[in-house]
Design a protein around this ligand. Structure first.
Ligand code: IMP
Ligand code: MG
Length: 171
């Protein structure tokens, strides 16, 4: 495992992003929608740095079968909230090809939220296949498969407190 982002570095960066979010929403209420499963660590750490009034909801999608090969996008579970007229902030672990976030944004945008923004811990712009530019990006990373801090490989490694590149991709 090659650590590329330590727990300390992630904490510091999330504090900066939280300050930016606070400034941008200026005390307005926000509905944070985490994209399961990968969001759960970054969402938990981010919202504890936010003081504006907020609610939390989740949407579950699947874009990877097992391991690292991209699969078909599926909406596994929708948000429970009515998002019409609300400030929705999608929180996701990583934007890679962009297909998942594009599909989720299209679904949510069709329900007339007041605003719709995206926060990702990691961004791999070199892998992008569809047009999407997250509003808040923790770190841009090169085209390496990473795990930890919520991100998995075949459901493993989500518990690592740091982000690491897998030394050798599993067979
Ligand atoms: P996209 O639709 O290609 O942008 O892929 C988004 C999803 O793929 C993310 O939410 C992750 O679950 C997964 N993913 C993409 N890159 C990585 C990676 O390097 N490590 C772990 N999961 C990844
Ligand atoms: Mg995943």
């Amino acid at each position: 495992m090659n650590i590329i982002l330590t727990a300390d570095r992630i904490r510091e960066r999330l504090a900066e992003i939280a300050a930016q979010i606070e400034a941008d929403y200026a005390g307005q209420e926000v509905l944070c929608v985490g994209v399961l499963k990968g969001c759960f660590v970054v969402l938990a750490d981010l919202i504890r740095q936010l003081e504006l009034p907020l609610e939390v909801d989740f949407i579950a999608v699947s874009s990877y079968g097992h391991g690292q090969a991209p699969g078909e996008f599926k909406l596994l579970s929708d948000v429970r909230s009515d998002i019409a007229g609300r400030n929705v902030l999608l929180v996701e672990d990583i934007c890679d090809t962009g297909h998942s976030l594009r599909a989720i944004m299209d679904i949510l945008a069709s329900r007339a939220p007041r605003s719709l923004r995206v926060c990702v811990l990691l961004d791999k712009p070199s892998r992008r296949q569809v047009c999407i530019a997250p509003d808040y990006v923790g770190f841009e990373i090169p085209d390496v498969f990473v795990v930890g801090y919520g991100l998995d490989c075949a459901e493993r490694y989500r518990n690592l407190p740091y982000v690491a590149a897998l030394a050798a991709p599993p067979g």
